[in-house]
Write a protein that binds this ligand. Structure first.
Ligand SMILES: Cc1cc2nc3c(=O)[nH]c(=O)nc-3n(C[C@H](O)[C@H](O)[C@H](O)COP(=O)(O)OP(=O)(O)OC[C@H]3O[C@@H](n4cnc5c(N)ncnc54)[C@H](O)[C@@H]3O)c2cc1C
Length: 421
C-alpha cells in the first residue's frame, strides 16, 4: 500500500458524483478502505428523473445508482444521514455531525449544491433538489389546481411540463428576456417556449417576482411590472449555489466552485473535488462549473484514475439533455453562438427531429443541439470532441447527413501512417 492508502479514501457527499467515485474505486480494486458520507438518508440516486418520471408518478421506483446491498458487497462503508462539518487538513481527518472523526489518505469532495432560494420563507414555496422535495411537490400537486413556477430554466420548465401534464394550470415567470437564456440557442429555446404555450402554460418573461405572500386561499406573487399572479403553490427553480463551505473553511482555493486541475486535484493535492461543486479547467483554461449528469460521471472517472494512478480518460464533449412533453432536447459543446460563430439548422435523420449545428468562425463544429434527434446527437458529440471541420456539402444540405458525418470520424486509409514513418 502506498502512503495514505491505509487511511483510504473518504468521499463527502453521496450523490451522483460521490456515489460513482465510491463504486468505481471498489470495482477497480482500490485496496484501501472507501467511506462514503452523505447528508441524505438514501443511498446515492440519480436526480434527472425527479423532475420528470418521479414528479409525474410518485410511485416511480427510486432511481438508485445501484441497489443498496451493492455497497456492502463491494466493501464500501456508507455513512448516510451524516454530515461532514469540518476538514482538518493538518491531521488529515474529517469531523462528522455525530462528534466522530474519520481519517483519510485522499479526500474527495462531492457536495453538489443547494437550490437558490427567494428571500421569503413560506410554506407554499418549494424547491426541487432531493427525493424529499419531489415528494413534497407531488403531494402539493395532488391537492392543487394551479402552480406558479419561478424561473424559466431547465428545472423550472421540466416541472412546468410535468405538472401541466398532471392537469394543473401553470404560470412560468422568468426574469430574463427569454426562456433558457443561459445555455440554449435561441431557436431551440423558442421551440420549447412554443410547445409550453401550445400546452396552455402562461409564460411571462422579462419580469421578476418582487413579493410573495400566502394565506388560506393560496399564494400571491407581485411581479416587477406591478401585476399579480395567484396559484395554490409555487416551485422555485432559479439555480444552485455550489456547496463549497467546507472547502473554504479549510483554505482550499475556490472560484465559484472548488478549483481543480484536469486530474480533479484541488489546491491540496490530497483533496479532490468532483461534480456540480468542482470548478474544472474550461476550454479557455479558466475554472468553470458544470451542472450535468455527464459531468458528475466524467469528473468521478477522472478522480478515480488519479487516485489509482491510472491514465486520465480522454476528454468528452460536454453533454446535457432535458425532457419536456414529448420533446427530448440534447445539447453538446458550446451552444451559445458568439459574434463570429454561425448556426446551421437542419432536419434530423429521424422524422420530425431538428438539429442545430454551431460552427466557429469557419467550419469547425463547436457545439450542437438536437430536438428529438438523439441518434444524430451521438455523432455530433463525437464530432465536437474531435474538433471536426464539416465539409460545405454537409452544411449546405437541409437534412443532416449522418453517414457523411460519421465518415469524418473514421480515419481514411491515406491518413493512416505506418508506425515507423
Ligand atoms: C431535478 C433535477 C433534474 C435534473 N435533470 C438533469 C437532466 O435531465 N440532465 C442532466 O444532465 N442533469 C440533470 N440534473 C443535474 C444532475 O442531476 C446534477 O448535475 C448531479 O446530480 C450532480 O451530482 P453531484 O454528485 O455533484 O451533486 P448531488 O447529486 O447534489 O450530490 C451532492 C450530495 O452531497 C451531500 N452533501 C452536501 N454537503 C455535505 C456534507 N457536508 N456532508 C455530507 N454530505 C453532504 C448532499 O446532501 C447531496 O446528497 C438534474 C438535477 C436536478 C436537481
Amino acid at each position: 500500500m502506498s502512503a495514505g492508502m491505509d487511511a483510504g479514501v473518504v468521499i463527502v457527499g453521496a450523490g451522483q458524483a460521490g456515489g460513482r467515485v465510491a463504486l468505481l474505486l471498489a470495482q477497480r480494486g482500490y485496496p484501501g478502505p472507501v467511506t462514503l458520507v452523505g447528508a441524505e438518508t438514501l443511498p446515492p440516486y440519480e436526480r434527472p428523473p425527479l423532475s420528470k418520471e418521479m414528479l409525474a408518478d410518485p410511485q416511480h421506483p427510486l432511481p438508485l445508482l445501484v441497489p443498496a446491498e451493492e455497497y456492502e458487497r463491494l466493501g464500501i462503508a456508507l455513512r448516510l444521514g451524516r454530515r461532514v462539518m469540518a476538514i482538518d487538513r493538518a491531521r488529515r481527518r474529517v469531523m462528522l455531525d455525530d462528534g466522530q472523526s474519520l481519517p483519510y489518505g485522499r479526500l474527495v469532495l462531492a457536495t453538489g449544491g443547494q437550490p437558490r432560494q427567494l428571500p421569503f420563507t413560506l410554506e407554499r414555496l418549494q424547491v426541487l433538489r432531493t427525493v424529499e422535495d419531489v415528494r413534497a411537490i407531488a403531494a402539493r400537486a395532488e391537492q392543487a389546481a394551479s402552480v406558479l413556477v419561478i424561473g424559466g430554466g431547465v428545472i423550472g420548465l421540466e416541472v412546468a411540463a410535468t405538472l401541466r401534464k398532471r392537469g394543473l394550470a401553470v404560470t412560468v415567470v422568468e426574469v430574463g428576456s427569454r426562456l433558457l437564456g443561459r445555455n440554449f440557442p435561441e431557436p431551440v429555446a423558442a421551440a420549447i417556449a412554443d410547445r409550453h404555450a401550445a400546452e396552455g402554460v402562461a409564460v411571462r418573461t422579462g419580469v421578476r417576482v418582487r413579493a410573495v405572500s400566502e394565506d388560506d386561499a393560496g399564494l400571491h406573487a407581485t411581479l416587477s411590472d406591478g401585476s399579480t399572479v395567484g396559484a395554490d403553490f409555487a416551485v422555485v427553480g432559479i439555480g444552485i449555489t455550489p456547496d463549497t463551505a467546507l472547502a473554504q473553511e479549510c483554505g482550499l482555493v475556490t472560484d465559484d466552485g472548488v478549483v481543480v486541475d484536469a486530474d480533479m486535484r484541488s489546491s491540496d493535492p490530497d483533496i479532490l473535488a468532483v461534480g456540480d461543486m468542482a470548478a474544472i479547467p474550461g476550454p479557455d483554461g479558466r475554472p468553470m462549473r458544470c451542472e450535468t449528469w455527464q459531468n458528475a460521471n466524467v469528473t468521478a472517472e477522472r478522480a478515480v484514475a488519479t487516485i489509482l494512478g491510472e491514465a486520465i480518460p480522454p476528454g468528452e464533449a460536454g453533454w446535457f439533455w432535458t425532457d419536456q412533453y414529448d420533446l427530448n432536447v440534447q445539447l453538446t459543446g458550446d451552444t451559445m453562438i458568439g459574434d463570429s460563430g454561425r448556426l446551421v439548422e437542419q432536419r434530423a435523420t429521424v422524422a420530425g427531429g431538428r438539429l442545430y449545428l454551431m460552427l466557429d468562425g469557419g467550419s469547425r463544429l463547436v457545439g450542437a443541439a438536437a430536438i428529438n434527434a438523439g441518434r444524430d446527437m451521438s455523432v455530433c458529440r463525437r464530432l465536437v470532441a474531435a474538433g471536426a471541420a464539416l465539409p460545405a456539402a454537409l452544411l449546405e444540405s437541409d437534412r443532416f447527413d449522418a453517414r457523411a458525418a460519421r465518415a469524418l470520424l473514421t480515419p481514411s486509409p491515406a491518413s493512416v501512417r505506418p508506425v515507423d514513418a
